[in-house]
Design a protein around this ligand. Structure first.
Ligand code: PLP
Length: 495
């Protein structure tokens, strides 16, 4: 299958291994299939499949330049015993909604689902393309991508991961995961600025042609592990199908019945995978886009204007503290019937004027497909408390955003469609907020002590991956200005 850029015409095409290695298109666009696949997925047949088998099926649909054996090996290695649950994802019913737990991987957040796959895809892609350059994975993170990327790429030959995160903008546990992970090919650096500063500069570095040339002379090449990489997006489609099929198997719904998914959203990668699942035939009624106080997407879905010129908040759901949701571009590309000129124009408006407005036709399509809402930090804590009291079930703050938005949506819209809340992190990843929400008290000490304090309050067994987290070593932060990112990079690479 061939891939093209959302911002360039069809003359520029490449295959999946090349698109995965490159990450981003040179003019700043994102890679999408030239022809979106129309496979016949038989949901009845899916009922007998393991998560791994379903993953192979979905990956083969998008990445047919990889052999079945290659994909098989990639999936089996990615979804092996580094997961606390051998089913990989779990679904649980609480307070009349379903919670799809995607956080049983090595870094306790849903990003592991894709970031255990991507490094292995990239490694194989390098072989397929007989690429003789080493790959520099340059990543901006609001907290969870960094750790998950470092965990996934650790020890992968011919790759080096360099992560930039906002200083003070990630949680103590996320920090520990990133800086506690030791590996020759792993680096994490704090910048003075927010996630958008990190992401904007990473995009600039990617598009700096002089720098790209210099790398090439040194047999080096950039790629991205952000959800802009198509190799990260596709593995996320799988859990939409898998959870649907589990609900059928458990007798909660019947095959063909429509359901909603409510998704705690930051960069729009997770929810876009849900949209792709719908395009592939999964019976989805509404995708509910849940945001935190950084509610640029809520306003966008309400008004049709995306306006990033607003105050930026650091909230208790840090992985969603984002004002520019990159993957929205892929959705708009689709809703504008693959008009790359239009997308180039809109994205140019976003970078020069700080905003754009979609056409009435596109707005209408958005209304059909999506609902949207946001939760404040207090609402997040109240929701964690509400679900715990209702059902002794503990949500992390990101999942609580989606849970709150779902409740509000169900009350105001009277939509009774069964709804799956995509649960993106373990509560132990954000113990300070969760402990405060449950007890009204602050933890005595942040980070690992807070995990233990939360655990002794909840009185439950800790999973293996939470145990591993507690045991990581000490760390020190390296802090630079956002303007120094490029020079720092050159220093690390020694060129
Ligand atoms: C990254 C992340 C999100 C947001 O996902 P996007 O794909 O960026 O929209 C939500 N919750 C958690 C815990 C995350 O790590």
């Amino acid at each position: 299958m061939q891939y093209r850029s959302t911002r360039a015409n069809l003359n520029y095409q490449l295959d999946a291994p090349a698109a995965i290695i490159q990450g981003l298109s040179p003019e700043g666009g994102l890679f999408v299939p030239t022809t979106f696949p129309k496979p016949i997925f038989d949901l009845e047949q899916f009922k007998n499949m393991s998560y791994q088998e379903m993953a192979k099926k979905v990956l083969a649909t998008f990445f047919d330049d990889f052999s079945d054996d290659q994909l098989s090996q990639i999936v089996d290695e990615a979804y092996g015993n580094q997961w606390d649950d051998k089913e990989i994802v779990k679904i649980a019913k609480h307070a009349n909604n379903y919670y799809l737990e995607l956080f049983h991987g090595p870094t306790l957040a849903f990003k592991d689902i894709a970031l255990q796959i991507l490094p292995r895809l990239m490694h194989t892609a390098i072989k397929i393309k007989q690429n003789d350059s080493d790959i520099i994975i340059l990543t901006a993170t609001s907290g969870d991508t960094g750790g998950a990327a470092m965990s996934g790429f650790k020890g992968q030959e011919h790759t080096h991961v360099i992560v930039f995160y906002p200083y003070g903008g990630v949680s103590p546990v996320q920090l520990r995961q990133m800086l506690g992970l030791k590996g020759d090919n792993l680096t994490a650096i704090a910048i003075k600025g927010n996630f958008d500063d990190a992401q904007t500069n990473v995009k600039k570095i990617f598009n700096n042609q002089a720098l790209v040339k210099k790398l090439k002379l040194n047999k080096l090449q950039f790629s991205s592990a952000n959800s802009m990489n198509i190799g990260r997006l596709v593995p996320q489609i799988v859990y939409y199908f898998y959870s649907y099929v589990q609900l059928v198997k458990n007798g909660e719904i019947t095959t063909g019945q429509k359901i909603n998914f409510s998704v705690p959203t930051g960069n729009f990668g997770d929810i876009l995978a849900g949209y792709y699942a719908k395009k592939l035939g999964l019976p989805i009624h509404k995708l509910i886009c849940a945001s935190d106080q950084n509610n640029v997407l809520t306003d966008f879905f309400k008004t049709g204007t995306y306006d990033r010129q607003r105050k930026f908040y650091l909230t208790n759901s840090p992985a969603m503290d984002i004002l520019v949701s990159s993957n929205l571009e892929r959705l708009l590309f689709d809703l504008y019937d693959e008009d790359s000129n239009k997308l180039a124009q809109l994205m140019n408006e976003l970078s020069t004027k700080g905003k754009y407005t979609v056409s009435p036709v596109v707005k209408e399509k958005l209304d059909q497909l999506f609902a949207a809402g946001f939760a404040t930090e207090n609402e997040v804590e109240d929701e964690i408390n509400r679900i715990f009291i209702a059902d002794q079930y503990t949500l992390d703050p990101h999942t609580a955003v989606a849970s709150f938005v779902t409740k509000k949506y169900q009350e105001t819209s009277l939509d009774q469609t069964p709804t799956v809340i995509v649960s993106t992190a373990s509560p132990y990843k954000f113990p300070e907020t969760v402990f405060h929400a449950l007890t009204g008290k602050e933890v005595k000490e942040k980070g690992v002590p807070a995990i233990k304090e939360l655990n002794s309050f909840l009185q439950e067994d800790l999973s293996g991956n939470v145990h591993n987290l507690i045991q990581t070593g000490n760390y020190q932060e390296q802090i630079i200005k956002a303007s120094e990112m490029e020079n720092t990079l050159l220093n690390i690479l020694d060129i």
